[in-house]
Design a protein around this ligand. Structure first.
Ligand code: SAH
Length: 345
């Protein structure tokens, strides 16, 4: 018999599960609290329930934990990067960054990724599998316990495409926001997508006010198809339409991620087209200097081009920031650390 993972249940689901095994639903509430608030990782330690019930649970269930394999501390800034080992031997990575306004955690949602963006290290071996909601929340718990801190901001911007693992990501959001657990505000959570249009509509209809970040990287469809295969499926026009819907439903401002690649998307024509495209939409552009990876020969934009791009976009009335580069000395680019680790083994 395959055992059931207690950590993957939402608050509602765990109550249902307890009813289904002939127990009182409030026992489920208690177990949820011990797993998600106290971050207990063994049924034996859930001492709020009787030994008898713990033994009964142990027969049918387990708590899925991920294990810290290695931690890398940046010497340049306060960025820390973790490699985690999953129970099936797979490896994922998470990054923790300290900003003036608090601590932000960047989580992975899949092992690998099938989206195939040319500049991204996470996708080079394709998708291996989806993470369960337990394996996404546990990145938060393991890091909180390791550093003895409370995390207030989460970005789903690590390896994987969160909208390609929709159900588990929705469960993760429910669990991490739950007042019986970590109670992290939806407004402090950002989901980043390469533009899986139908799922953007679904997300808008969930009625959860998380921030949506869309990896646009160029305002031109043909150029986008060259660097992001998903562009062959959904046009930029369709993405913008979905974003308008998202804003209308959630009242949240959209962020467009824009990785600057020398000679590819950092010219004046790109600024003009981008400003035209985004006019009238409640949004913000986040410029990211390309973090070079071995498999992609293009270079990051020159510092001067980044500055000019920023200035010109602002002049055209588009709210723009440049993402501070963090942890470059510890391979902080998406999926780079895991790849290097696996290659070395
Ligand atoms: N699949 C999601 C989330 C993961 S990637 C998405 O596409 O948004 C998180 C962000 O990092 C995306 O904007 C992605 O395009 C960007 N990114 C990936 N590799 C990068 C690199 N080498 N340099 C700069 N940005 C990169």
């Amino acid at each position: 018999m395959r055992k059931i993972d207690l950590k993957s249940f939402t608050f509602e689901e765990i109550k249902e599960f307890f009813i289904s095994i002939g127990e009182k639903p409030f026992r489920g509430n208690q177990v949820f609290r011990w797993i998600h608030k106290n971050m207990v990782d063994d049924i034996e330690y859930i001492t709020v329930i009787s030994k008898g019930l713990r033994d009964k649970l142990k027969e049918k269930c387990y708590i899925d934990n991920i294990r810290i394999l290695e931690r890398f501390d940046s010497k340049i800034d306060d960025t820390k990067k973790y490699l985690f080992l999953l129970n099936d031997g797979n490896i994922i990575e998470s990054v923790i960054m300290k900003y003036k306004h608090g601590i932000s955690l960047c989580l992975s949602t899949q092992v690998g990724c099938k989206m195939g963006c040319k500049f991204c290290a996470s996708t080079k071996d394709g998708l291996i599998r989806n993470l369960t909601s337990a394996q996404i929340v546990d990145q938060v718990y393991q890091i909180q316990k390791d550093l003895n801190i409370n995390i207030s901001n989460i970005v789903l911007m690590g390896s994987g495409e969160p909208l390609d693992n929709y159900q588990n990501v929705m469960k993760f959001l429910s669990i991490i926001h739950d007042e019986h657990g970590q109670n992290i505000s939806y407004r402090n959570i950002t989901l980043s997508t390469c533009g899986v249009v139908p799922r953007i509509y679904d997300l808008a209809d969930e009625n959860i006010p998380i921030n949506l970040s869309v990896s646009l990287h160029t305002p031109f469809n043909e150029e986008r198809k060259k660097i992001m295969p998903i562009a062959k499926k959904y046009s930029i026009k369709e993405i913008i339409k979905a974003c308008r819907y998202y804003v209308s439903k959630t009242n949240r401002r959209i962020t467009f991620e824009y990785t600057l690649i020398e000679g590819i998307n950092d010219g004046y024509k790109d600024v003009i087209e981008l400003a035209d495209l985004l006019r009238g939409l409640i949004c913000h552009v986040n410029l990211i200097p390309l973090n070079p990876i071995e498999e992609y020969i293009q270079k990051d934009s020159k510092a001067k081009s980044v500055k000019t791009f920023h200035k010109e976009l602002e002049k055209k009335g588009i709210n723009t920031t440049i993402r501070r580069e963090m942890g470059r000395d510890i391979n902080a680019a998406c999926g780079q650390l895991r790849r290097n680790y696996i290659d070395k083994q």
